[in-house]
Write a protein that binds this ligand. Sequence first.
Ligand SMILES: Cc1cc2nc3c(=O)[nH]c(=O)nc-3n(C[C@H](O)[C@H](O)[C@H](O)COP(=O)(O)OP(=O)(O)OC[C@H]3O[C@@H](n4cnc5c(N)ncnc54)[C@H](O)[C@@H]3O)c2cc1C
Length: 325
Amino acid sequence: MKSSFGPHAPIVEILRTLGVDARPAEPLARHTSFKIGGPAEAFWEPPDEARAVVAARAVHDRGLPLLVVGLGSNLLVSDRGFGGLVLSLARACRDVRREGTTLSAGAGVSLAKVAHVAAEHELSGVEFAVSIPGTVGGAAVMNAGAHGRSAQDVVQRVRVWDPARGVVVLPREAMRYAYRSSQAQREPWVVLGVSFALTPAPRAAILRTMRDHMEHRRATQPVGEKNAGSMFKNPPGDFAARLIEAVGAKGWREGGARVSTLHANFMANDGTATARDVLILMRRVAAAVWERFHLALAPEVRWVGPPEGEDGTTWDNLWLPGAGP
Ligand SMILES: Cc1cc2nc3c(=O)[nH]c(=O)nc-3n(C[C@H](O)[C@H](O)[C@H](O)COP(=O)(O)OP(=O)(O)OC[C@H]3O[C@@H](n4cnc5c(N)ncnc54)[C@H](O)[C@@H]3O)c2cc1C
């Protein structure tokens, strides 16, 4: 039997022969902070790392698509879904261990938990991450950051499964970090865990910093709305939010999607938004910024799905000058 997602045998059946009981047609809207996205052909939350690797290997060796999700807080998933296996490492990679001033955390651990465990051990360095709603794996891949710091400042080593080498421990340099960018975005790696190099500091000071970060976020970001954080990267020396606000885009709507009135670089789903709505709104915003400032905004949020967006344009050329509505 062929899969309705593509010309390959259904992934759920391939995995079943390996003893893996993946869920078919799992709505990805359930696994993203935007609450948008069609079904994944197969979805699995493996109980341990070894089985996560077996499943990743099985789909990789057959040339089938694999997506690892953290908390889905930086994803825009196509309304048509994802024709491959989606793996969540929430159960398989959830340990946090401290050795001296190094804290090692599984890829599925939330950043908030890492920050709190570090504080318990009187270790400073990951306070910035307390209010970023992602996992350790997602932060390592995205080089997530806030308050002037990002993953690259504290990541020491990253354990990944690499189809060519198996499980390997990479030094930070191998991640080739840049602003919201890493080598892991260009490689078929599954991040399994990360070691953070921290420094001793009094617990009270660490907790105070974490509290300040949380308060700042509550005051400046639309907490409680369905969104995916910043939609666009900040251009060098500027802020995407400033540019978007300057073109008067705050409050713009498309279907169920709206440019946030609190933070112009956020978009909110009112509960009915489709990926298509968001794509069209992103394109309108990017086109307006291009027209006024001759600056091409690049998306920070990552597209999951067929390469062409729902409105017919491709994700890659959506933002180029002249690609306006
Ligand atoms: C309200 C809100 C505020 C935000 N604020 C910030 C902020 O201040 N700073 C910031 O940088 N970001 C921010 N974000 C975006 C987001 O939280 C970060 O990008 C975060 O690092 C994503 O983590 P995640 O675990 O949710 O990853 P996901 O969104 O699930 O995935 C992101 C990418 O990483 C890949 N990935 C995830 N885990 C793994 C893994 N184990 N192995 C291989 N690949 C993996 C995915 O395939 C995908 O390509 C915000 C988002 C929201 C909703």
